[in-house]
Design a protein around this ligand. Structure first.
Ligand code: 5AD
Ligand code: SF4
Length: 440
């Protein structure tokens, strides 16, 4: 039996795509090798969002080259966003790569493996949903559901529209069937994926059009799924019906990841985000009005071209005011072919790093302060496995998407009540609440 090994870089969409790649390979009779050097087929599912992502992947590719030299019958494949962004160039730069394919071409891997010439083939059309392929899930109780692919936004820093193509939504009926099948298979938590989830449905024909809020309602009605999450929404499309859904639908979690990118309206304009600082804060106010306890997380880019000290202070102000439960912060990284890479006034690296330090300190302080609201409360925690720092304890996630490390008994996939006894900026600590949970 042939063996494969997949290394995944990047976002949750890539994790999803890798699960589909694995499912497809297993249906072709391949089995998973625990280590790269034990595989006949070495695959990389790549990301290109920042320069660091490229560099990390290229270091791994060096090992694949060595393994291919040792055994030239090994097949090396490179899929995902980096592959899409360089296309055929990959074969000139890395001649030991046998197959390269973009995110819309995962299904063609099967065709390639069945072909006579297992060398230098590239597949880069925006064609298919990976969501149609069989999946091999990482965790049996959690499932990804790809509701749309591609992105119609033109954010000036972002490479994704060129790597994933224009937005295409899947039909709601198909998504309900998929979620029903996941529930029947033991999945309790579903994460809906799309580059811009809340513009879901706009591209569908009128008679089949379903809005994102309506889709949430349809999926909430599926028996057995206890938690629904989604990522990522765009603030410009964050409508009241979606916000209300968080208050009204029992399975929709109290967590919204709402990427800010910058707190300065002038920078947002140059980023082509199509919302201002005021409009963003207005969305936050609406969320807090309908779902006061909702956890809010965000993405922020530091050092976008032309960002002045005053612009940056405005980002600090928004982060202070909102009080995020967590934030991913990134140094701006120019990406090939994007509008922002050609803008004047690129910010020097040292300035970016210094601003980043100030931002991270503020974000962590606010997250620590916000997390104190959980202390003394009993939260539903979905157990994911043993705690990473202390294997005698368990680790799980609250509906707010907070990692909870706690003492108690239980198996992965169970939802238990945990009394929260402590909180840092990143994690909560607790004990299984004996009163409410039979499992503990
Ligand atoms: N430089 C830095 N960060 C970026 N992101 C996207 N493109 C870039 C870039 N060129 C960040 C954004 C996005 C997250 C997934 O990555 O914050 O929301
Ligand atoms: Fe990376 Fe973006 Fe592609 Fe995800 S969609 S793999 S974050 S470039």
């Amino acid at each position: 039996m042939k063996r494969y090994h997949v290394t995944t870089f990047g976002c949750q969409m890539n994790e999803h795509d890798s699960e589909r790649m694995k499912g497809m390979l297993e249906s072709l009779g391949y089995s998973e090798a625990p280590r790269r050097d034990q595989a006949d087929l070495i695959l990389f599912n790549t990301c290109s969002i920042r320069e660091k992502a490229d560099e990390r992947f290229i270091a791994h590719l060096g090992e694949a080259k060595r393994l291919k030299n040792e055994d030239p019958t090994r097949v090396v494949g490179v899929g995902g966003c980096w592959a899409q962004s360089v296309k055929e160039e990959v074969f000139a730069r890395f001649p030991f790569v046998d197959v390269a394919f973009g995110p819309g071409q995962v299904h063609r891997l099967a065709e390639f493996l069945a072909s006579d010439s297992l060398t230098a083939q590239g597949f880069f059309e925006f064609e298919g949903f990976t969501g149609h392929l069989p999946a091999k899930r990482e965790r049996e109780f959690q499932g990804w559901v790809q509701i749309s692919v591609g992105c119609n936004c033109v954010c000036s820093y972002c490479i994704v529209p060129s790597t994933r193509g224009r937005e295409v939504s899947r039909l709601a009926g198909e998504l309900v069937t998929e979620v029903e099948a996941l529930a029947a298979d033991g999945v309790r938590e579903v994460t809906l994926l799309g580059q811009n989830v809340n513009s879901y449905g706009r591209d569908l024909p009128r008679d089949k059009r379903v809005t994102f809020a309506e889709l949430l309602e349809l999926l909430d009605a599926v028996d057995g799924v206890e938690r629904i999450r989604y990522t990522s929404p765009h603030p410009k499309d964050m409508r009241e019906d979606v916000i209300r859904a968080h208050a009204e639908l029992p399975s929709l979690c109290e967590h919204i990841h709402l990427p800010l990118q910058s707190g300065s309206s002038t920078v947002l304009k140059r980023m082509r985000r199509t919302y201002s600082r005021e409009r963003y804060l207005d969305r936050v106010a609406l969320i807090r009005e309908h779902v006061p306890d909702c956890a809010l997380t965000t993405d922020i880019i530091v050092g976008f071209p032309g960002e002045t000290e005053r612009d940056f202070e405005q980002t600090l102000e928004v982060a202070e005011e909102v009080g995020y439960d967590g934030a991913f912060t990134f140094l701006y990284s120019p990406r090939r072919g994007t509008e922002a890479a050609a803008l004047p006034d690129q910010v020097p690296h040292e300035v970016k790093v210094e601003r980043m330090e100030r931002l991270v300190e503020l974000v962590q302080r606010r997250a620590r302060e916000r997390a104190q609201r959980f202390v003394g409360r009993t939260l539903d925690v979905l157990i994911e496995g043993p705690s990473r720092t202390d294997p005698s304890r368990l680790r799980g996630r609250s509906r707010h998407n907070k990692v909870v490390n706690f003492t108690g008994l239980g198996s992965p996939g169970e939802i238990v009540d945990v009394l929260i006894t402590g909180a840092t900026s990143q994690t909560l600590a607790g004990e299984c609440s004996l009163v409410a949970t039979a499992a503990c």
